[in-house]
Design a binder for this molecule. Structure first.
Ligand code: PEP
Ligand code: MN
Length: 297
């Protein structure tokens, strides 16, 4: 466990990992794992992330239509996913790309949530939309591009909803944990950290999936850690391989893009699994989870 030196305890600012054999980074007080502290369980409408179960989140990159969401949601559910993903507000690099269905997309998510019983996670990009998104979803996603949007972090913290915080593509682990601390400071400990790949010099993959972040984050913090092998690789055939590797590395869950017709997807089709690929992967993931003392129900 951590050998830590507390630098400024009075304002709950920073704990410094001070073991010469250990890492030397600053870990903020609320996010840090104290001695013998168990992983925090984040409860997403009854789905517990951070316990013995590895929780699988699946669904399209973007909500496109009722048919697309319905077909995908029911299939991932029958394969064992517990939470449905799908962006209604999409952070796209180009302003000319599909930006998401907005409120219409949220309504579709809400309807499928009701019919399927799946919990729903969706991204919120703007402080002005937090209330609206919180009315429709069980968990609020803060995307990679917004990891250091501090007003947004405070606002999602205040919403009282569980938050899925994705690692900034250029963020260090220290910065990532400080961003989580902004949410925790709002008296909201329901935060899940998500490794989704970082930018490196490598160009063959969309990002470099930093799987070493999983044991490191779990070592430094009590917050559950999940992995996104879809954005982490950008390459469809690599997703199952890295998904299995992530579970072997101790991830508390996975978030993956799944589409009923990836070749027609309006966003990120090249990294989306089809329904059959997802079903096969779930079977393999159960074996890997069992091998590392975890389970997938
Ligand atoms: C997403 O999960 O829909 C997404 C946009 O991911 P990221 O923020 O990690 O790029
Ligand atoms: Mn995507």
């Amino acid at each position: 466990m951590l050998d830590i030196k507390i630098i400024k305890r009075d304002n709950m600012e920073t704990i410094f990992c001070n073991n010469p054999n250990d890492v030397k980074i600053k870990v903020p007080a609320r996010a840090s794992r104290k001695e013998n502290q168990k992983t925090t369980i984040v409860n997403v409408n009854g789905v517990e992330i951070g316990g013995s179960e590895v929780v699988i989140i699946g669904g399209p990159c973007a909500v496109e239509s009722m048919e697309q969401l319905y077909e995908t949601a029911w299939s991932v559910k029958s394969s064992g996913a517990k939470i449905l993903r799908g962006g209604a507000f999409k952070p796209r690099s180009s302003p000319y790309s599909f930006q998401g269905l907005g409120e219409e997309g949220l309504k579709l998510l809400r309807q499928i949530r009701k019919e399927s019983g799946l919990a729903v996670v969706t991204e919120v990009m703007d402080t002005r939309q937090v209330e609206l998104v919180a009315e429709h979803a069980d968990m609020l996603q803060v995307g990679s591009r917004n990891m250091q949007n501090y007003p947004l972090l405070k606002e999602v913290g205040m919403s009282g909803k569980p938050v899925l915080l994705k690692r900034g593509m250029m963020a260090t682990i220290e910065e990532f944990l400080h961003s989580a601390e902004y949410i925790l400071n709002q008296n909201n400990d329901q935060v899940v950290l998500c490794e989704r790949g970082i930018r490196t010099f490598e160009t063959s993959t969309r990002n470099t999936l930093d799987l070493s972040a999983v044991p490191m984050l779990k070592h430094l913090s009590h917050l559950p850690v999940i992995v996104d092998p879809s954005h982490g690789t950008g390459v469809r055939w690599m997703v199952p391989i890295m998904a299995k590797a992530a579970v072997a590395a101790g991830a508390d869950g996975l978030i993956m893009e799944v589409h009923y017709k990836p070749e027609t997807a309006l966003c990120d089709g090249a990294q989306s699994l089809d329904l059959e690929e997802f079903t096969i992967l779930m079977k393999d993931l159960r074996k890997v989870a069992g091998a590392v003392g975890r389970k997938i129900l």
